[in-house]
Every structure is written in C-alpha cells, then in structure tokens.
Design a protein around this ligand. Sequence first.
Ligand SMILES: *Cc1c(COP(=O)(O)O)cnc(C)c1O
Length: 381
Amino acid sequence: MAGTISATSVYTSLGVRTFINAAGEYTRLGGSRMPVPVVEAMRAAAAHFVEIEELQARVGERIAALTGNQAAYVTCGAAAGLFLATAACMIGANQTKARQLPNLHGLPTRVVVHRAHRNPFDYAVRTLPVELIEIGSTNLNAAPDEGELVQAMTPPTAAVLYVLAGRTPSPVLALERVIALAHERGVPVIVDAAAQLPPRENLWRFTQMGADLVIFSGGKDLRGPQSSGLILGRPDLIAACALIGAPQYGIGRTLKVGKEELAGIAAAVEWYMEQDEAARAQAAEDLVDCLCRLGLPSVRVERRFPNEADQPIARAWVHFEGADGPARRNRVVELLRAGNPSIEVGPGETPDCFYVNPMTVDADEEEMVLAGLEQALREVG
Ligand SMILES: *Cc1c(COP(=O)(O)O)cnc(C)c1O
C-alpha cells in the first residue's frame, strides 16, 4: 500500500538506498548488521514489561561472566560509555555525588590524555565540565617522558583516558606503563577500545592488564543493536555508572538504554563468543586475493594488514596511478554507488585511492563486490 512502511522493505518504502557495505563498520553507514539471534532477543524483549534496573544488573552479570570481567554495564553506544565512565571516575559509587553533577564542587575534574589520542569521540568526555590535560605531542618521534604523565596527574585527577584506535600520529606511552603509573597515584584508567574487535580476547585483555574501565561499541563488530555499548571493569566504578545512567534522574538520563537493547547486546556477546575468528580472517584473505587480481597497469590493488583500526583482518587498497588518479577514483566510487546492487567502499588516506574492506561483506555478497569492481575498473581504468 502506498505510503505504508512494510516490514519486509522498510527502506524501499521510505525511498532510502541500501547497499553492500565494503567500507567497514561505520556508524554513518549503519554500523553492522544484527545476526538472527540478536534480532530474536530484541523481539522477545519487546513483548514484556520488566524493571530496567533489574534487567541492566542481570545483563551486566551475564556479559561480565561471558567476557571474563568482574563487572559490566550496558550503555547506548561507546560514546555514551566514555561520558559515563568519566563521570563514574569523578564520583565513585557515591549516590550524593551522582546527584550533585554537573555541579563540580569537591569533585576531581582533571582528565589526562595523550595529545596523540585526541579524536572526535572525546567530545563525549568534554561534554562533562572536565579539564583535558594533554601530554606528549603529535609530531615528535618519541613518546612523552613518564615524568610528564606523573606531573599531569596532580590531584584532583579523575582519570587517565587511553584511546586504542590504530596507529597514533606520534608514539605514546605503553598502556601497561600508564596503568602502573596511574595506579601508584590512585588514578583510574579508562580505555576507549570501541572498535578493537576482533580479536574477541580484547574483551578481557585490557581489563586483565589492569585498566579500570574499558569501553566497546555494541554496534560495530559485536553486531549488537546500533545504539548499544559496553563498559567493562571494576565493580565499584560499574556501580557508579549505574548510579548515573538511565533510568536514574541526573546527567545520564539522556543516555537511555531500552529493554530491547539490553537483551540484544547480551545475545550479541553470546553470539560473538562462538564465532570462528580464524575462518573469518581466512575468508577476508581469500576475497582480498581475488580483489588483488583485478589490478590493471593504471590501478594498483594491494593487500593491507592490519586494517586502519588495527584489527587483524586484511583489506584491499585500490590506488589509481597518474595525475588524473583522484578523478578516476571518484568516478569508480560513483559507478559502484550507482550500480545494482549499490556498493560503498571505504575512504583512503589520499584522494587517489580507496579501500575494499571485507569485514562487513557477507559470503553471498563477495561475487557482487568482485563483479562490480571489475566492471567499474574496466569502464574507467
Ligand atoms: C566508534 C568509536 C566510538 C563511538 O562508538 P559508538 O558506539 O558509535 O558510540 C568511540 N571511540 C572510538 C575509538 C570509535 O572507533
């Protein structure tokens, strides 16, 4: 029926383009796709009333047990997790202080971060009235002196923020050293590991290293609901997150997590623990192998490993040689986008290249990606 949103073709009826995602797990491209058990869990969750605090506590226990962590809290995304984790480090598990925010009276407000770790997601931290204290540089070939970190952590310091997201513009102190130096002074360390999956061992690796709170996106490789994320780590700080997050009134009330997301992310973590990571990495290698064979004298196609976020999955770098490289590259991207099916590829470091990333390409889409690229390259060269 015209104008009706049907369950089977919701995007068609809205006039919204769908595509094969050969770019990667980008939020603006829809992140990732939920596997059937996750969708089923959300459907089942939608049919009943529950107490959200009880569900949040049980889901946290389940996810902590599955991932070998002491405690876990579900947020509505890793960015929300950064906000909540920072606030938790400011208040500890203190109900009065939780209600006090955003009033800062008597609370630690310094958050120490490598300058090389600054990134657009740290708006989530800066939304709190904290002071980011930067250490190190973005254009030196050496990590900052440990003394610089120590000096930056003068009281009252709430936390050190450490970002894991692929190569930094200049070297940084090792996470183990940051944890050791911070803990000597009683300062907790928050790790933004939003996209550090696979491998799944990262779900426990950084907390086992001693990080106090580690944050993952639920809507990237975990393939949970798009608006979900995990905070894993220290029980007292996880309890602090629960004092701030919805349904409590206060600064975290804007970060609501629904019963459907809570059930969905629990199912997603369960699903993720059972996946065959070696087989998946091999499938990516095989696709990249085939893509490399599409290269032409004017277009180089090469394997790149690991990928931009440091994930151990190969991808193909497609580089257009010559002065008109950027123009030909854009033409190919447009042809892929206009194709049937439409295909999105990932941005490159320079205007004359792009990446084909197998992470978000299902087995039944591989042939279409290969055929689409072959045809576009034949047309443009
Ligand atoms: C994706 C990402 C985030 C945000 O994750 P959401 O779940 O989309 O909120 C934060 N930090 C880093 C490093 C990321 O890659």
